[in-house]
Design a protein around this ligand. Structure first.
Ligand code: PEP
Ligand code: MN
Length: 350
């Protein structure tokens, strides 16, 4: 990782650096952070001669040699100084709450508009709505591209940033062209390295963010963070990590709730953690407790399935959806815990 003395290299400096690393079979990837741009050396960057030559350039402050499978996502990376800001909310300073329907019913836009107004009134800071759905059963409703217009319209009505899941290159393009603010990579695709790369490449140079769900089968924390590294190393660092429960399920829950990995993620990476309690526990009655626990563990945000009329929801998830009124209660309580943690952090060794 090349850290320049100034906030970014000039094009002549970048050309010079690129020429040096190319001699050693590597290439340079600029990563545009909030504070400054840093330059990842992609390839085998351990060559001492190459490092010496780069360190000798008068505009280079230092070369960071973080020995980690996720150099950019690592807490020690210079990117740790950046802050993700979405829709007027800076993650890490204020609780970020994504809420909305699992699936948008293209036949009932009015239901989604009602949900959108409801989540806005409840205090959510971003609106989610599933346009394309990864369904276990191939005969279940798979989503409908026409729902994208409904999501965009609801975003416009409420002024909230919008979130939807993408599963294919075509979805990425459609979502970006429609102005989707946050692309979700779902649990089933979190290990799809090809899709991770495609999303990373597509959002480079844009303000778009990514909500990366944890795969049901990601046993280790490193695997989860490495998946985010695939996206970030194309240049856009706006990634949020989303624990959403793993397999096998804890008896009684939909998955094995994993909000407790929040402090482990925060210890190793600078990325904001946005926990999804809905898919974790799978039943509305259990969602508030899981959401509050996530915030107590230090989460920066929550992603909560909410439906104005849960019994009218299509897709798998009506039973786990909160009503906007219940969401408002959860958000109010979660903000109290969030503020308490910020104001009075407990020193475990005091
Ligand atoms: C969803 O967010 O509706 C969803 C399908 O999530 P996951 O990928 O976590 O199952
Ligand atoms: Mn869902």
């Amino acid at each position: 990782m090349i850290l320049p003395k100034s906030s970014r290299l000039t094009s002549e400096q970048l050309a010079e650096v690129s020429a040096i690393v190319q001699e050693f079979g590597c290439r340079v990837q600029p990563i545009v952070g909030e504070v400054r741009t840093i330059y990842a050396i992609v390839g085998d960057e351990r060559n001492e001669l190459m490092i010496n030559r780069l360190e000798g350039l008068d505009y280079v402050e230092r070369i960071d040699r973080i020995q980690s499978p996720f150099k950019l996502m690592d807490r020690r990376s210079e990117l740790a100084n950046g802050h993700l800001r979405i829709g007027g909310v800076t993650l890490g300073e204020e609780l970020f709450v994504i809420a909305g329907q699992c699936t948008i019913d293209p036949k009932h836009p009015e239901l989604f508009f009602e949900t959108a107004e409801g989540v806005k009134a409840a205090g959510a800071t971003a609106l989610r709505g599933g346009v394309w759905k990864p369904r276990t059963n191939p005969y279940s409703f798979q989503g409908d591209t026409r729902s994208l217009d409904i999501l965009v319209e609801a975003g416009r009505m409420t002024g909230l940033p919008i979130v939807t899941e993408v599963m294919e290159p075509e979805h990425i393009e459609l979502a970006l062209n429609a102005g989707v603010d946050i692309l979700q990579i779902g649990a089933r695709n979190a290990l799809n390295y090809s899709l991770l790369r495609q999303v990373g490449r597509a959002i480079a140079g844009r303000p778009t963010a990514v909500l990366l769900k944890r795969s049901l089968h990601m046993g280790t924390i490193a695997e989860f963070i490495s998946a985010a590294e695939y996206i970030v190393n194309f240049g856009n660092p706006n990634v949020m990590l989303c624990p959403r429960g793993t397999a096998p399920a804890l008896d009684g829950y939909r998955n094995h709730p994993d909000e407790s990995i929040t402090p482990l993620l925060k210890e190793r990476t600078w990325a904001p953690v946005v926990v999804d309690p809905s898919h974790s526990v799978g039943k509305a009655a259990y969602v508030p407790g899981c959401a509050l626990a996530a915030v107590a563990y230090g989460a920066d945000g929550l992603c909560i399935e909410t439906h104005a009329q849960p019994t009218q929801g299509i897709g798998d998830d009506p039973k786990q959806s909160l009503t906007p009124a219940a969401l408002a209660d959860v958000i109010r309580q979660a903000r109290i815990i969030y503020e308490l943690r910020r104001r009075e952090p407990v020193d475990a060794r005091s």
